[in-house]
Design a protein around this ligand. Structure first.
Ligand SMILES: Cc1cc2nc3c(=O)[nH]c(=O)nc-3n(C[C@H](O)[C@H](O)[C@H](O)COP(=O)(O)O)c2cc1C
Length: 347
């Protein structure tokens, strides 16, 4: 309203003068760009609220993330080739302290994150027989390790590290899967069994993530009314959104990250996860279409409200999932030439 009140007389004034009009139009574009940059303010506030680890926080979200972050350093160290030497003084102490805090906070002792920490500590303790800690740290490390390892019996199925298994020979299958996965925009009304979606998600959980913290969170909607309300906020589902019997909203929990240095990780990790999920769905006979979440902070808030999504979770994208209509057509969506996307730096 204010905008048009201000701009209408200016537009009219410059109309007879083409050079002035061109300058005004250029100024408007620059101004619009700056106005859009205000979206970063809400990113900043989000990072300030959720992207930090406080020593006092004993919530599952924080402890599980920090625990994985620390013991993953030990797991990696245990796999390193080359001459063996003592390593991991800081992460083993940090892991043991977190394990104790986990137990003290009454968090579940059968959780895979906790058991993963215990099994890593067990492997690390065995390694100390070969590369003992320096005498000045030995007492502290041994006592922390013994205390932590008494908290859970060995779980042989969770032993770490384990041999890498190459997948040579599977390229034809994988290439076909990638070629056949396409964004589908015509669905049947058949309802997808939730177990099939869970199965695909479980496979997609094998995706890599920074320090294995797996920040992705999935919200699944199957109620037509709720799905409709969520889709109303998204600008890329016209013509097929109404057919969807299942809508996923892919999020990333910002509390998984230690501070704003990791501000892009939610998108990187969740993006990798989604790619695996698309292929996992395709391999189970399900079609899908990513739906962008390029929205203003206001719309983002509405998405959180309508989807009952906690504010610590960033919405990364929507995902349409269903059975493709038997007559479904897909765009060819040509890919760029390899040379235009690859730069080979030989030296
Ligand atoms: C992050 C992201 C957002 C997307 N948003 C939309 C969307 O809102 N609506 C839509 O119809 N397709 C959307 N797509 C699908 C792309 O248009 C599609 O992946 C691309 O054209 C390549 O086609 P293909 O997926 O069939 O290979 C999106 C894809 C991605 C990865």
């Amino acid at each position: 309203m204010l905008k048009s009140l201000l701009l209408t007389p200016i537009n009219l004034a410059v109309k007879p003068f083409p050079a002035a009009k061109a300058r005004l139009d250029a100024a408007k574009i620059v101004l619009k760009r700056w106005v859009k940059l205000r979206h970063f303010i809400s990113d900043l506030l989000h990072a300030k609220s959720f992207m930090f680890w406080s020593a006092q926080d004993t919530s599952y979200a924080k402890l599980s993330s920090e625990l994985i972050f620390q013991y993953h350093k030990l797991e990696k160290g245990l796999c390193m080739a080359g001459p063996r030497r003592f390593f991991g003084r800081d992460p083993v102490i940090a892991t043991c302290r977190l394990v104790k805090r986990w137990s003290g906070a009454g968090l579940p002792s059968n959780d895979p994150v906790f058991l993963g920490a215990i099994e890593t500590l067990r492997a690390y303790r065995d390694r100390l027989a070969v590369t003992p800690p320096p005498p000045e740290h030995a007492t502290q490390i041994w006592s922390l390790l013994n205390e932590c390892l008494s908290l859970a019996p060995p779980t042989p199925s969770l032993t770490t590290p384990r041999p890498y298994q190459p997948s040579a020979g599977t390229a034809a299958t994988f290439d076909l899967l990638c070629a056949q996965r396409r964004s589908v925009r015509a669905y049947t009304t058949d309802v997808v069994p939730i177990s099939l979606i869970h199965e695909a998600i479980a496979t997609a959980q094998l995706s890599p993530s920074a320090c294995n913290r797996q920040p992705w969170r999935l919200h699944i909607y199957r109620d037509p009314q709720r799905t409709k309300h969520l889709l109303e906020l998204q600008n890329g589902n016209a013509g097929f959104g109404h057919q969807l019997t299942t809508l996923l909203v892919v999020c990333a929990d910002s509390r998984t990250f230690f501070d704003a240095t990791e501000r892009n990780e939610p998108y990187v990790d969740a993006g990798l996860f989604v790619m695996s999920l698309l292929l996992a769905l395709q391999s189970r006979g399900l079609a899908s279409c990513c739906l962008n979440w390029c929205v203003s902070p206001d719309t983002d808030q509405k998405g959180h409200d309508r989807g009952d999504i906690p504010s610590n979770e960033k919405i990364i994208m929507y995902l349409a999932v269903g059975y493709a209509d038997a007559q479904a057509m897909v765009p060819r969506s040509p890919r760029r030439n390899l040379e235009t996307v690859v730069t080979l730096h030989e030296q």
